[in-house]
Design a binder for this molecule. Structure first.
Ligand SMILES: Cc1ncc(COP(=O)(O)O)c(C=O)c1O
Length: 461
């Protein structure tokens, strides 16, 4: 006899059917969904999420894309957002709101050298604000000449056409051109694939490549450079020694503003509030999004120095001389309310310390795994932000096919662990497994994650 079908089962089946019929999922080829059902996530607590069929998963990528930094089910953030929305949900950010002012003060306290916070609601948008500031500054000060923006091979800065114009990931850009003019690529700084092998001076040399581009383009034409402190989706690339110090020196020499994209690294992921703070640099613009409110609300920030802000001060007679930009939902007061509660959790639970301790543990575990599996060519990262690059041969470093990383991620998922991987970013280098568990993770969570990868590699690679 068939088991009786409950009301909940019927409701769930309808949700899956509606999703299948009408939702166009991000980054997804829908053809396979003609034969199978999409995953629908319905609940989360701590490090774990549950799908609509009641299956539980340990999430090693904080919501798939390194976002839910403080973990799922945080009542204090939900309450803060609810209370704020009931009191005052929205007003255009040409006016202030209470959590917006409070969060700006708390945030700037963590970022010595910066003083201004501009709100919007996605990482792409925050970066675009940075680009617009540079373009307008060029118009105000330099007859529009210092308008070019440099970006780096392998980095990603967002999904809009202009953000893609500044992305060094060929597959992400493919088929979406033509792109916005005035964006110029500089070489990557990935020691594992450095042109000169293991040269200890590689960091300085990689930075000097930027100088060559500035000189080629003409220093009078270059307004800024945007860099991820640690490249995320491009393969978790930590900068080599000497890199950022030299970049800083070059920026100063040629009057090029340094824009650091902290959309992934920001808010503690690497063990400091911001990734750039590991490298002693003084950025002019810092953008952040994902971990700012851990996904409990959509909020992003473009933070700048007071010097940059003051360039936009002028007498009212100068009608065009102010930042004429708006983001409608930058006025949603729930965003900074969530961000304040999120920051409070990180402080009260000493999560930065946990990131350092657990990050070291995760790194040790992965290095051990590397001893065991020749397919792991390189392990790199900082804090709870780690990548393992897979190769066919350690000597030649020939990358494995993307089907191998995809197969390993699928194997882990089947065994209840969600891991990440570089995904259709490069024609040949979609070969890095990515881990970014929530900042609350424990050794036993990490053991479970590493065991799942160990088993997957044993079966697949
Ligand atoms: C480093 C970096 N910058 C910017 C973005 C774009 O953020 P969003 O998807 O919120 O627009 C991303 C997204 O993954 C990112 O990884």
């Amino acid at each position: 006899m068939n088991k009786p079908v409950s009301g909940v089962q019927i409701e769930n089946a309808k949700i899956v059917q509606d999703d299948k019929a009408h939702v166009w999922h991000h980054l997804s080829q829908h053809k396979p969904l003609e034969e199978s059902d999409p995953m629908v996530i319905v609940e989360g607590k701590g490090m774990r999420v549950k799908d609509i069929n009641g299956r539980e998963y340990l999430d090693a990528v904080s919501g798939g894309v390194w976002t839910v930094n403080v973990g799922y089910g945080r009542e204090s953030i939900a309450d803060a957002v609810r209370d704020q929305l009931a009191k005052m949900c929205y007003f255009a950010n040409s006016a202030g709101n209470i959590p917006g002012a409070q969060f700006a003060e708390r945030l700037i306290d963590k970022m010595p050298g910066l003083s201004r916070v501009y709100y919007s609601n996605s990482g792409s948008e925050a970066n675009e604000k940075g680009y617009k500031l540079v373009r307008q500054l060029a118009a105000i000060k330099n007859n529009g000449e210092k308008h070019k923006i440099l970006f780096r091979d392998r980095d990603y800065h967002g999904t809009t056409i202009t953000a893609l114009s500044s992305t060094g990931q060929l597959q992400r850009k493919d088929q979406y051109g033509p792109f916005t003019p005035g964006f110029v690529e500089v070489p990557h700084c990935m020691a594992y694939r450095a042109p000169n092998g293991d040269d200890p001076d590689y960091g300085v040399q990689a930075a000097r490549e930027i100088e060559k581009v500035i000189l080629r383009e003409g220093p009078d034409t270059v307004g800024s450079i945007i860099l991820e402190p640690i490249t995320a989706g491009g393969g978790v690339i930590t900068p080599p020694e000497g890199y950022f110090e030299t970049v800083q020196e070059i920026c100063k020499k040629y009057g090029v503003l340094l824009h650091i994209d902290e959309v992934v690294c920001g808010m503690g992921r690497t063990g400091k509030w911001f990734g750039y703070q590991h490298y002693g640099v003084k950025p002019d613009i810092v953008t952040m999004a994902k971990g700012v409110a851990s996904g409990y609300a959509a909020i992003s920030v473009t933070a700048t120095t007071e010097d940059l802000f003051r360039e936009f001060l002028a007498e009212p007679a100068e009608k065009m001389h102010y930042f004429r930009d708006i983001s409608t939902f930058g006025g949603c007061a729930g965003g900074p309310a969530a961000a304040l509660a999120n920051m409070q959790i990180i402080e009260e639970e000493n999560l930065l310390d946990n990131v350092v301790k657990m990050g070291d543990y995760l790194m040790d575990q992965l290095l051990e795994l590397q001893q065991k599996h020749p397919v792991i060519g390189d392990v790199r990262g900082k804090g709870l932000f780690v990548g393992a690059e897979l190769v066919k041969d350690r000597k030649t470093k020939e990358p494995v096919d993307e089907s191998v990383t995809a197969g390993i991620a699928a194997h882990c998922l089947k065994n209840g662990v969600m891991i990440g991987r570089t995904n259709r970013s490069f024609p040949e280098h979609n070969n890095t497994l990515c881990l970014s568990p929530a900042l609350i993770c424990t050794k036993s969570d990490l053991d479970e994650i590493v065991t799942a990868i160990d088993n997957a590699i044993a079966d697949i690679a």
